[in-house]
Design a protein around this ligand. Structure first.
Ligand code: ZN
Length: 345
């Protein structure tokens, strides 16, 4: 029944209202409709619309199939799309949920596309070790020669392992000021095998290796500086293989690197230029990156020994090596850029 209309028991006016006047309260609408009735007041159930002054209520339709149903079905009728006759089941609306099973027939194609996407070189990462690769800033591996029980040359109150470590630490500080990343093979008085020093450099993707030593001559003669490189690179016997592939062009075996460092040393220290020399010293031979071994002076030479004992002179040695490292790196960057421009023409 209509829940919105509640009927008070009709009270005859004879009690407290004029006869024939009744009140019907529609609480849902909040309105009160007054009407006059000529029938007996004890007739409580009557067709009220016949006495309403306002528009009579629309008779309620009841479904024929269920004439006793009191509540109208709230479900809205489904509207068929135009062109589909009634009685035909309408198409199901598109489902929002995604079915992965629908991708299974295309799995091979999807995997192929993913593989192609992964194979595309991304910007900011080198495409490989080819000549076109941008020369990344190398890690500078600084090797203080000797150490631990290996003193190296000991003349004129000098101990080579101490000179090498002191100069190496000064070089480290200067290289870092230039923005290079530096790895030290040792930072204190410890012994390292030669292949261990090479392995440290070989573990780096891009590196320059600088080993620092001081000369000794059994004859008591000799002066000046010299720089060695290895004309032939050989993998360390400890591993049998270089852990990384050879450096890409325009890297060299160390001769070009040695040349720039040697020039810088001679210019700054104003000492005898003994030149660069290809020699199969282990630490430069077994490093795959450009590697040099600097002999910064003769400890057996009294005049040079006095200079080497001075920390400010060792500062100059370190500064000269640092300049040479920077010059070599800049030279490689320039050569790489020239190669790139030449190929683009
Ligand atoms: Zn040495």
């Amino acid at each position: 029944m209509d829940q919105g209309v509640h009927r008070r028991k009709m009270v005859p006016r004879g009690c407290h209202q004029a006869p024939g006047r009744y009140t019907k309260i529609n609480r849902k609408a909040g309105a009160t409709t007054r009407f006059r009735s000529a029938i007996e007041p004890d007739l409580l159930h009557f067709p009220a619309h016949a006495f309403l002054k306002s528009t009579p209520p629309i008779p309620r339709r009841r479904p024929k199939t269920n004439p006793d149903q009191l509540r109208l079905p709230l479900q809205r009728p489904r509207i068929l799309p135009p062109g589909i006759p009634s009685g035909v089941k309408p198409p199901s609306p598109p489902r929002s949920s995604f079915r992965f099973s629908s991708l299974l027939p295309h799995l091979g194609l999807i995997l192929l596309l993913v593989g192609l996407w992964l194979a595309i070189p991304r910007s900011g990462t080198p495409a490989g070790d080819g000549a076109d690769a941008e020369p990344a800033i190398p890690v500078i591996v600084v090797d203080a020669g000797h150490g631990g029980h290996d003193n190296g040359a000991t003349k004129n109150g000098l101990v080579e392992k101490q000179l090498t470590l002191d100069t190496a630490l000064r070089l480290e500080a200067l290289l870092k000021k230039r923005g290079f990343q530096v790895i030290m093979t040792r930072r204190d008085d410890r012994f390292l095998e030669l292949h261990e020093r090479a392995d440290i450099a070989n573990a780096q993707r891009r590196a320059l290796f600088v080993s620092i030593h001081f000369n000794d001559s059994t004859t008591g003669s000799g002066d000046g500086v010299e720089t060695f490189f290895a004309s032939d690179k050989v993998a360390p016997s400890s591993s049998g293989l270089f852990s990384k592939p050879p450096e890409p062009p325009p890297a060299d075996n160390g001769a070009g690197f040695a040349q720039l460092v040697q020039q810088s040393l001679v210019k700054r220290l104003e000492v005898t230029d003994r030149g660069i020399k290809g020699r199969q010293f282990a630490v430069v031979r077994h490093t795959r990156c450009p590697a040099i071994l600097v002999e910064g002076g003769f400890v057996n030479n009294p005049a040079e020994a006095r200079k080497l004992a001075n920390p400010r002179y060792r500062d100059q040695i370190a500064a000269a090596i640092c300049d040479g490292v920077a010059a070599y790196h800049n030279k490689r960057v320039l050569e790489s850029e020239q190669t790139r421009v030449a190929k683009s023409k």
